[in-house]
Unconditional design. Structure first.
Length: 430
């Protein structure tokens, strides 16, 4: 498996039939990997909680992944744009598979707080692998399907991930109760091996348009990607909006369990319903995007979801202040969360398809790496910020409402600027 420069590789047209086969393989791989990974995350969190009693047991990865993302931002973006994506993916998955096997061999030798040692080491390697894999997959979209199938691939991939999230919680908790944590490692090893084998059957059509430049340093190489983003102001605004959305969304991850269990004293049931609601909504959004033409209504598919998110936060905060009983809150809250998932799904797919269709392949890796890192790196800050307010006994309903108002006003103020830059950016659309 030799990693030769992308510039040496030639482009080959991709037929609709081959594109559909590639989509089937990619979606299958994503579903298998996401289902096992989400189950593994649940199992790992439950095991650490049993062994250490630490509240952060379910949040260690949320701390490690953004740090790794920042540290590896430049090498991930540069390597993705300079070398064949299939080779990067193959090495990345193989290293993760090897790390899982080592993890399985040694985890049982550690007990209590010492369990954190192998867990943290594995999560660091896992985060590096996932960073390379996700960025390479995003940058390889033109090598897998033709332009007409990009939205279909993005929609089905996100739909498969959403379906796996719906299934993972119930299956993961049930499995842990019956057989314990070790089974999750073996399932993850099997799933990783399957995704590796599926990857080997996929055909990546490399193009001669990819980056063949040899700049003096990795930093100057990465700055080339930054300069491109600076030329396309719409991408700059999209990254800014993504950072704000991800910062505010940490309030959901922290706040929903805290408000329902601690402030409203309604138990665990509604928490599960609301969290499942967002996954169901995301799945619905993926299906909707399959039906919508990818060449039309870009402005509406971008701006309306941005405005809707603020309204949905306000509605969510309102039900926490409305004195609803357990079932009323569960039903109404799940509906609002499903609507939020639908909105996010449309927004994510719209942005992803726009970037993948208009950013040159030779720098797509750097653009996607920057977008992903900007999204994840803000999450620890959001976690600390909202933890402070929730721990200070602020009413969670008001926190959500204020977030929604800020989001709505920010989007409304930027609305004319976004409209102007969408029109300017349309020159990049084929």
């Amino acid at each position: 498996m030799t990693m030769q420069k992308n510039s040496e590789l030639q482009a080959i047209p991709i037929s609709d039939l081959e594109s559909n086969w590639q989509i089937l393989k990619d979606v299958s791989s994503n579903f298998i990997g996401s289902l096992s990974s989400n189950m593994f995350t649940y199992g790992l969190g439950l095991m650490l909680l049993d062994q250490t009693g630490l509240a952060i047991s379910f949040g260690i990865d949320m701390v490690i992944a953004p740090i790794v993302g920042l540290l590896f931002l430049i090498p991930v973006g540069n390597l993705t744009d300079h070398y064949p994506h299939k080779a990067i993916l193959s090495y990345s998955i193989f290293i993760r598979l090897f790390a899982l096997i080592i993890f399985a061999c040694f985890i049982d030798y550690f007990h209590g707080l010492s369990k954190l040692v192998p867990v943290i080491i594995f999560l660091i390697i896992n985060a590096i692998s996932i960073n390379f894999s996700n960025t390479s997959y995003s940058a390889a979209i033109h090598e897998l399907v033709n332009g007409k199938k990009i939205q279909k691939l993005s929609s089905l991939t996100q739909g498969s991930v959403s379906l796996s999230q719906i299934l993972a919680a119930a299956v993961g908790i049930a499995l842990y109760s019956i057989v314990g944590f070790d089974i999750f490692i073996y399932l993850e090893i099997l799933a990783t091996l399957l995704t590796f084998l599926i990857l080997q059957t996929m055909h990546f059509h490399y193009g001669s348009s990819l980056d063949s430049s040899n700049r003096e340093t990795s930093l100057s190489d990465f700055k080339f990607g930054l300069n491109y983003i600076n030329q396309r102001k719409l991408i700059k605004y999209i990254i800014t909006m993504a950072v704000l959305i991800n910062f505010i969304f940490t309030a959901l991850n922290l706040g929903i369990p805290f408000v329902i269990k601690t402030q409203l004293h309604l138990g665990n049931g509604p928490v599960g319903y609301l969290q499942s609601g967002i996954a169901v909504g995301t799945l619905g959004g993926s299906i909707l995007m399959l039906l919508l033409p990818d060449q039309k209504w870009f402005t509406q598919k971008l701006l309306l979801p941005l405005l809707s998110l603020g309204v949905e936060f306000i509605l969510l905060g309102s039900i926490f202040l409305g004195g609803l009983d357990l079932w009323q809150l569960s039903i109404v809250g799940t509906m609002i969360m499903a609507l939020t998932g639908l909105t996010l799904s449309i927004l994510n797919i719209t942005v992803q398809v726009r970037l993948q269709k208009t950013v040159p392949s030779r720098i797509l890796g750097r653009v996607m790496a920057l977008l992903t890192t900007a999204n994840t790196s803000v999450m620890p800050l959001g976690t600390l910020f909202y933890t402070f307010f929730f721990q200070k006994k602020f009413n969670g309903g008001y926190i959500f409402i204020v977030n929604g108002i800020i989001m709505f006003i920010y989007t409304a103020v930027l609305f004319p600027v976004l409209l102007k830059n969408i029109k300017l950016d349309n020159k990049y659309v084929e």
